[in-house]
Design a protein around this ligand. Structure first.
Ligand SMILES: CC(=O)NCCS(=O)(=O)O
Length: 327
């Protein structure tokens, strides 16, 4: 079979990539399998190619990006110095987090930590700087605090530790960002535990909403009952098959529809967006969308297809992040 589709050429918006390169890269093997099963490939899970990250960050900056929030916490082998260097080289602000990822990713010794010791670890880093970089580099956020469903007892404890930070002098306003369990009731349970421990719900970000709550009424209920920030941070993942749970990943279009629904219900000041790039295949070098995708593609669709106004888009990408990140 042969088709000449050349008459249908359309330039990609804002792209610095020559169109010949796009064609050549279509020969990359395994693309289909990596997209469907990104967590199957061990090399894909080693997010450690600094050149590929830097190239992607520079493209994000070129299209108008200014800040990256990098929320790898204990359990994800966070690397403060590396992130600081990438920030310097790319010219972007990089905000990093303190805290703990999910129970299954922890060392046995970390799982023995108490609420008190975890709270001390986090407050110490927030007030004095990352351990090993005291006085030089400071966290700007707590989390992502990793939670599974059902919740492990240790995760209940690290949530209590994080919630209690809002009662500590000097950090009462610190933003706390959450990786919820993959069940629709998880965000509600997390908010209850955090607030019982002292957290101010309006200083909490509920992340990964893309794959967590799929019912529109329940989304509105979460925003209404808890007044936390609601974050769609898996933009660019356009594969509906989801390896990690028995549900579909929404498309970018559906993410925008859900955001618009929340806007229409009065929550446009409580919404955040992002890419949560944590596997290699999502970087341009490996055939992915990279950090510039929201600015390159999603913004145009939000405005022209979904009916998001310029003012609302500015809230998603600039005003709301400024509000939650300042403390
Ligand atoms: C880094 C991380 O945990 N990202 C979320 C991936 S998930 O599959 O959507 O939970």
């Amino acid at each position: 079979m042969k088709i000449d589709f050349g008459g249908m050429f359309f330039h990609a918006p804002g792209s610095s990539i020559p169109s010949e390169k796009l064609l050549k890269d279509m020969s990359i093997p395994d693309t289909y399998f990596v997209r469907q099963f990104p967590y199957h490939f061990k090399d894909n899970l080693q997010f450690s190619d600094d050149d590929a990250v830097l190239e992607s960050l520079k493209e994000y900056k070129r299209l108008g990006g200014g800040t990256v929030v990098e929320v790898s916490t204990v359990g994800l082998q966070r690397d403060v110095e590396r992130c600081a260097k990438l920030g310097e080289k790319s010219g972007l602000n990089v905000i990093m987090g303190t805290g703990y990822y999910v129970n299954s990713m922890q060392k046995e010794a970390t799982r023995k930590f108490t609420v008190e010791s975890m709270q001390t670890f986090m407050s110490d880093e927030l007030l004095n700087g990352f351990h090993g970089f005291e006085g030089k580099y400071y966290p700007g956020i707590v989390g992502e605090m990793g939670v599974t469903a059902p919740m492990a007892e240790w995760e209940v404890n690290h949530l209590r530790a994080a919630g209690g930070l809002h009662e500590v002098e000097g950090i009462k306003n610190v933003p706390i960002t959450i990786h919820p369990g993959r069940a629709p009731e998880s965000p509600f349970e997390i908010m209850r535990i955090l607030t019982e421990a002292g957290a101010r719900p309006e200083r909490v970000i509920m992340g990964h909403m893309d794959r967590t709550i799929h019912n529109y009424d329940e989304l509105v209920r979460l925003a209404d009952e808890w007044k936390c920030f609601i974050q769609y941070d898996l933009f660019g993942v356009e594969t509906s098959h989801y390896q990690m749970a028995n549900c579909f990943y929404p498309s970018d279009g559906e993410r925008l529809n859900r955001l618009k629904h929340l806007m229409d219900n009065g929550f446009e000041d409580k919404l955040l967006i992002g890419h949560d790039i944590h596997t290699k295949h999502r970087l341009e070098k490996y055939g992915g969308h990279g950090y510039a995708h929201l600015l390159r593609v999603v913004k145009g669709d939000a405005l022209s297809v979904v009916g998001v106004s310029e003012e609302q888009w500015n809230k998603l990408g600039v005003i709301n992040p400024q509000k939650i990140l300042q403390f």
